[in-house]
Design a protein. Structure first.
Length: 267
């Protein structure tokens, strides 16, 4: 198999693993906070059903809604710190997985913050409605989230290029853009299609829009790769070899996500 095709395949596998883990952690926190307030939560693959909400106060409902986005923010920040602490020139697949987990956690939070004023059934939208947040504040927060999203996307450019173990893959603008296409952009395209299928059936419109649209910002670091400078190559060729372990973990996660969580687990 062509090395770059293998790299695309490996990165797509890790993208889906990171996406599913992000979703599960996000929904689990909704469920746990609901459980603490005795809302009788039933956790599904991409949403939580609270069977008893009549007794909940507004602040409790806000806490339940905020729990998911906040844990995604914590996930993004912590994994980002871990990535920058442990990364070496070897750049193993585990490093790429941690990078995807960080990026998707941050994008999950920022995406909700950016679209809260549009989707009132989304987590942040519910918070705005419950707290009667003035519309102008919603817009300001959306703009700030959008700016942060672009900043994070800009900072993504070089890390995904540094998994190259051949100098010619990152020696000029054209080759860097091509390598970013295989490590970042194409894995998002493939991965988002897989995740969208796994997200079915549709419960809320935002649930199906999210996996499709959340990675549109990846166009920016892919295009920006052409102008990146001082890209250090890796000494590890693991990303260019098909990861059977990654495939196994992904299949196991899909089974849990689609055949256990999708039917619902009452906590």
């Amino acid at each position: 198999m062509n090395e770059k095709i293998t790299i695309t395949f490996n990165s797509a596998i890790l993208y889906v693993i990171a996406f599913l883990l992000t979703t599960i952690i996000h929904e689990f926190l909704h469920a746990i906070i609901g459980l603490s307030f005795e809302s009788n939560p039933v956790m599904h693959h991409n949403y939580v059903e609270h069977l008893s909400i009549e007794h909940l106060t507004i602040n409790q409902k806000i806490s339940i809604a905020l729990a998911g986005p906040l844990i995604s923010l914590i996930q993004g920040v912590l994994s980002g710190v871990i990535y920058y602490k442990i990364r070496k020139r070897s750049h193993k697949l585990i490093h790429l997985l941690i990078l995807w987990i960080s990026v998707l956690g941050l994008f999950n939070f920022l995406g909700y913050a950016m679209t809260g004023f549009l989707f009132k059934n989304g987590d942040i939208g519910k918070v705005y409605t419950l707290s009667n947040t003035p519309f102008w504040i919603q817009i300001v927060l959306a703009v700030l989230a959008a700016l942060l999203l672009v900043f994070v996307a800009y900072k993504m450019t070089v890390p995904y290029l540094q998994f190259s173990y051949k100098k010619e893959w990152v020696e000029n603008g054209k080759s860097r853009k091509n390598f970013s296409f295989h490590t970042l952009f194409l894995p998002w395209i493939i991965g988002s299609l897989i995740v969208t299928i796994l997200y079915l059936p549709i419960i809320a419109l935002i649930s199906i829009i999210y996996p499709i649209m959340s990675g549109m910002i990846f166009i920016f670091p892919w295009q920006n790769a052409e102008g990146a400078e001082a890209v250090k190559t890796s000494s590890n060729q693991e990303i260019g070899k098909l990861s059977l372990l990654g495939i196994g973990i992904l299949l196991l996660l899909i089974l849990v996500f689609k055949f256990i969580l999708a039917t619902g687990i009452e906590l």
